[in-house]
Design a protein around this ligand. Structure first.
Ligand SMILES: Nc1ncnc2c1ncn2[C@@H]1O[C@H](COP(=O)(O)OP(=O)(O)OP(=O)(O)O)[C@@H](O)[C@H]1O
Length: 256
């Protein structure tokens, strides 16, 4: 008799709360990401979307905790190395003197080691990834000389070689033209079909409706999380915007 197939969680959030210097940025987020799911994270500016991704990627500069309960606030059911993270471009130092090939090779860091040499197989993986994103021949260009869209393609090539089961994308299509967005969305779709789990911060509801079956709507707390059509309703957005209007960046420090 065959066993029933239960969806496997790759990530559980247990009452995740994050504060930066005692100012809360996220509060009481609980839920699970199931293996192979494709989920958008949306919400007003300052809603805590990037904070959520950084908490999962393990690169948070704030404090993450669970105010109640004994479980860890972010429970990855995968090793941390199994998580690939694409930061917002504004967080990258483009003046760093690195060429495109080395930038993509960083995705293989775990296999080359800090001072390791890239093998012919690795270089061929890099060439293949650059070809897939339409940047063959760009290997020796410095990252600082690329347009925003070209750099985003390079970073997607890096994610490809990283070959991670959980992929976090922070505003992957920001300042990227429609043609590039279209080809990067095709890559996201391919990752989804390969069974990878993808969580992406997005600002364009039309893109979310068209390509992301699940959505988490954040306004420092969870407004709704589930099938996209049930989450992106006018009522939910009105609640999220009303909460955003009430945020006070100068509020007194939380001492609880
Ligand atoms: N390193 C930090 N130090 C102090 N406060 C921070 C830090 N990072 C974020 N914040 C604050 O936390 C809150 C949530 O920020 P976050 O960047 O996570 O929101 P977001 O939803 O990604 O916003 P946006 O849509 O504008 O990118 C904001 O009030 C922000 O100012």
């Amino acid at each position: 008799m065959s066993q029933p197939q239960y969806p496997t969680p790759v990530l559980t959030l247990n009452n995740l709360t994050v504060s930066y210097r005692q100012h809360p940025a996220l509060q009481h987020i609980s839920g699970q990401l199931l293996q192979g799911s494709l989920t958008a994270v949306v919400g007003p500016n300052g809603a805590g979307k990037s904070t959520l991704l950084k908490s999962i990627a393990g690169i948070l500069h704030g404090q993450a905790y669970a105010p109640t309960g004994s479980l860890p606030p972010v429970q990855l059911h995968l090793p941390q190395q199994a998580v690939a993270y694409l930061p917002q471009q504004s967080e990258l130092d483009r003046s760093f003197p690195m060429d495109v090939r080395d930038c993509v090779l960083l995705g293989l860091w775990g296999r080359t080691g800090a001072w390791g040499t890239a093998t012919a197989a690795m270089l061929s993986q890099v060439a293949h990834a650059l070809h897939t994103v339409g940047l063959q021949g760009f290997e020796r260009r410095t990252v600082g000389s690329l347009s925003t869209g070209q750099l985003q393609r390079v970073l997607f090539a890096r994610l490809m070689v990283q070959d991670a089961p959980l992929i976090l994308l922070d505003e992957p299509f920001n300042a990227v033209d429609a043609k590039t967005t279209h080809s990067l969305l095709a890559l996201v779709q391919r990752w989804h079909l390969q069974g990878r789990t993808v969580l992406a911060v997005l600002h364009d509801d039309a893109v979310v409706h068209a390509h992301f079956p699940h959505t988490l709507l954040l306004a420092r707390t969870c407004i709704a999380w589930g099938p996209t059509a049930q989450v992106l309703t006018p009522d939910h957005w009105a609640r999220a915007r009303a909460m955003a209007e009430a945020w006070d960046e100068q509020a007194a420090l939380c001492t609880v």
